[in-house]
Ligand binder design. Sequence first.
Ligand code: GLC
Length: 533
Amino acid sequence: MAWVADAGPRWWSSAVVQQVYLRSFADSSGDGVGDLAGLRSRLPYLAALGVDAVWVTPHYESPQEDHGYDVADPRAVDPLFGTLADVDALVAEAHGAGLRVLLDLVPNHTSRQRQWFVDALAAAPGSRERARYLFRDGRGPGGDEPPNDWGSVFGGPGWERVVEADGRPGQWYLHLFAPGQPDLDWSNEEVRADAEQTLRFWLDRGIDGFRVDVAHGLVKADGLPDDPFPQVMTESSFPTHGSPQWDQPGVHEVYRRWRRLLDSYGPDRVLVGELWVRDPERHAAYVRPDELHLAFAFQLLEAEFTAAAWREAIGDSLAATASVGSPVTWVLGNHDVARMATRLGSVEASRAAQLAMLALPGPAFLYAGDELGLPEVDVPAAHRQDPIWERSGHTAPGRDGCRVPLPWSGSAPPFGFTTAATAWLPQPAAWAALTVEAQEGDPLSTLVLVRGALAVRRALLGGPLAWREGLPDGVLGWDRVGGSAPVTCVLNPTAAGVEVALAGRLVLASAPVGYDGTTLELPPTSCAWLSPA
Ligand code: GLC
C-alpha cells in the first residue's frame, strides 16, 4: 500500500546509530567469532546506551575473504553468524527494545564463490554469465597485460586473469578490492534487478534500512579508461573526483530506483551511503530528495583535530547538504580506520570529539567500542587477517587493529566476548580496565559519558547550528537553539587549557572543567555542553 508523504522529520534525520562489527561484538556459539545470537543477547546494552538503531556488518553467506564484504549469497545467512531465524528474532527483539536495525548491503561486488561468478568462469567470453561482471580481454601481445591501469584499493593490480575452459590464459576480471571480490557490471539490468530483489527480501522481513557499501563505486566510466590518478589507492586516500572508478554520474539513477523501492515500504526505511566522495557538492548530490536518505560525511573523520579544520569540515558539509534539504551524517570511527582514541592522540581527545560530534545537528554513527575509548591494537603479525596485510606485501598492517573483539567483563581475555579460549583476534590484557563491566561502575568512564551525552541529546538537542564567534584561539563553539532547551557546545582540541567567558549552567563535560557560571575553564583536549543562562 502506498503511503502519503508528510513533511515531519523522520527518525533517521537525527538518529544515533551504533555500528556493530558482527564478528567482534559478542559470540554465543563459542567459536571465537561474534554472531547474531550474541548480538541479540547484548541488545539490552545497546538500548541502555541510548542509541536509536544498530547497523550490523555483513551477515550473508560468505567465504570471509574480506570478513563478509565478499558475499556469496546476499539472501542467505552465513552459518558462522547464525540463521535466518536469528535475523527475524534480532529484528523482533530490537524493535521490542525500541531499536531499529540496518543491514549492510554490498552491491559493488560479490564473492568469487557466488554462483554467478562460478558460472562466469565456466562460461565463454562474451556470454551472458560473464556480462554480469567486468570481464575484458587483456592488452598487449597475447592479452598478457591487464585491460587498464586500475589498481586495487587493497594494494596491487585491480585485475585478475582467468584460465579459460580450454586451459589457456584468458580474460581478466576487475576487482577494485580483493581478487575474491569481483566487481559487478552495473550497466547490466540483470545485476540491477537482482540487487532490488535483495533489498525487498530483507525489507519484507522488517529491517529498517541498509548501509550501502562503496556507494560511490557501482558504476564505472564507459570504456573503462586508464586512471588519470594512477597512484597507490587506499580507501580513504584515493581521489574520487575525476577517477573513472568512482563517483560516476550514472550511479545516481541506481539510487533513484532504490529510493522509489524503499518509499513503497513507507517513509521510515532508510538508505545510508558509504561515500568516499570529497567534494561537498558532489557528495550532497547523493542525498537529493529522490536518492539516498543519508550518506556518511567522512570529512569530519578525516579532518585534523583542530578548531579550524573542524569548523571547515562541519561548515562545508552542512552548507552542501542544506542545499539539497538533507541532514549531514557524522561519523568519527568505523571498521576501516584506526580507532579514534589512537588516531586523535588520546582517550581524552576521543571523549571530546565524540561529545562534540553528538552536539551537531543530524544523525551520527558510533563505532562499537569507541564508547569504551578502546585504542587501536597493534595486532601481532601472525594473527593479522585483513587482506590489505597480504596484498600490501606486509607493508600496511591493515584494519585488524580496530576490529579486535569487544571486552565485556572479567579481568582477562577473552573478557566475556566468547566462551572459547580466545577470540578470533587476540585482545590486549590491558583491556581489563576498559571492559563494559569496569566502566559501568565508574562515573567518570567513557561509557558513562557517552550514555549521558545520548540521554541529554535526546532530551534537549534540536535545531540548527549557529557558530559562536569571539572564542579564544583554537577553540570552537556553537549553539543549538530549537530543541527543548538551548545548548552551547565548546570544544578545546588544543594541548593547552583555556578560559571561555560564557554565562549559563554546565550540562556535561568530557573532562573535569572549572566553572563558576560565567567563566568556563576547559582543560586540554576537552569539550563541554552548557545551557546558556
Ligand atoms: C567498504 C567496507 C570495507 C570493505 C570494502 C569492500 O569500504 O567498509 O570494510 O573492505 O568496502 O567491500
